[in-house]
Design a binder for this molecule. Sequence first.
Ligand SMILES: C[S@@+](CC[C@H](N)C(=O)[O-])C[C@H]1O[C@@H](n2cnc3c(N)ncnc32)[C@H](O)[C@@H]1O
Length: 177
Amino acid sequence: MADIGCGQGTSTILMAKAFPRSRFVGSDYHEGSIERARQRADAAEVTGRVSFEVASAQAFGGGPYDLVTTFDALHDMGDPLGAARHVLESLADDGTWMIVEPYAGGAVVDNLNPVGRIYYSLSMILCVPGALSQTGGYSLGAQAGEAPIHRLTADAGFTRFRRVAETPFNIVYEAHP
Ligand SMILES: C[S@@+](CC[C@H](N)C(=O)[O-])C[C@H]1O[C@@H](n2cnc3c(N)ncnc32)[C@H](O)[C@@H]1O
């Protein structure tokens, strides 16, 4: 499976430990994070099954993958539609894209609570400028909510989408070719 926008590899390594018979490729466009992810995989003794590459979400390598994940990373991308299209190209026909995004309601008024206030603030100083600094000039922002993410997957060519789980801080979606 492929973990896109894996940062320092926390999620990739956790999954590798939980699923010892599976192989994992983590990628992120930030070189320093990938260096750190490699060191952490060494320390966690999962290197035989886990590799990392410096690559943007629009260009990561390998596949076809049974599972692609983005943990809290889709809304940080400047071209999330390009990323979604590349995920679709990289998935096996019966593969799944698991999208973990910050908890958000569909309207501003739904997010006027402590979690929404924290996420809007962080998004304004971190996620939105980060996304706008990339080619694509697009930003979902941390508070995108379900409808824009569903629309993005449909625009990219995914045919099935559903919200599968949520916590007070995150929503988990799945999309299928
Ligand atoms: C909030 S962090 C999440 C990191 C990791 N998934 C985690 O949960 O710890 C968002 C990550 O998305 C990465 N990112 C942003 N835009 C990207 C892009 N276009 N291609 C690949 N990675 C990207 C950032 O470098 C950062 O590591």
